[in-house]
Design a protein around this ligand. Sequence first.
Ligand code: SAM
Length: 288
Amino acid sequence: MTHPLADGWFTEIFDQQGSAFSLKVTAHLEQVTSEFQTIDMYDTETFGKLMVIDGCTMVSSRENFVYHEMMAHVPLFSHPNPKRVAIIGGGDCGTLREVLKHPSVEVAYQIDIDEQVTRMAEKYFPELCESNADPRAQILFADGIDWIKQREAGSLDVIIIDSTDPVGPAEGLFAVDFYQDCMRALDQQGVVVQQSESPLYHSDSIIKKIHTDMASAGASTSHTFPFPQVIYPSGWWSCTLASKGGDATVFRIEDAASKSFRTQYYNAEIHAAALALPEFMKRALQLD
Ligand code: SAM
């Protein structure tokens, strides 16, 4: 539920949780309704541009780096030698930009169902799209569920599910059938990571189900990495990583510590720290 522009504020209301998040907006720049969803762009007083899909905040100029860096660098440093990467969703291109910072990557596919998200990102978030012309980038518009189903077995090293919430076109991206197709498409050392919603609101529901479903799909281990995310419900978000044949908590710590590129949030210490789970999450995920 939203009250856009009430008294010059954009507000996303999380009705089920009795909470809300607001940003002071200076302009409603554009609204596009595609075959799949409604995309709104705002200019805000202190967070730069804001993209909203179906009333839910997606990306702001000021803080998107935390989400995009965790979605990209946690899985890529968890794989011994990531060369072939697929991003399902991620149409704002921010995760793609981070993935392409890894010199080992030979090809990075971005498969978003909605071309309009990418067109809006190109217009309002050019900094997120600065690597779109990299020859290793393959920007495709298709349903990620079908695209993964059609991949050859063992043909991907890393799959990043950078989707909207588990409703509408993204619902099938939070399902055991889709995870089975991901496991089949991954190499034996492959990893899949999914944006997994709020640790505070969703540990004993969506996050727990991802772990159970990944195990049913054949993952050897899985682990949730919490991180701050100011514009999402509760201000606290997570990604959940599942490893096909390895240990989801092991990463190339020395490579992360000596990485050849700049980040704003991610580093080896942040990765190690994000492995620590609060007691309530361990209980919800039955890890203690
Ligand atoms: N960081 C965001 C968040 O967690 O709120 C997600 C950003 S990204 C814009 C999410 C993208 O997932 C959207 O562009 C949407 O079009 C895409 N998407 C949803 N369902 C999809 C599907 N079945 N296949 C491919 N892309 C999908």
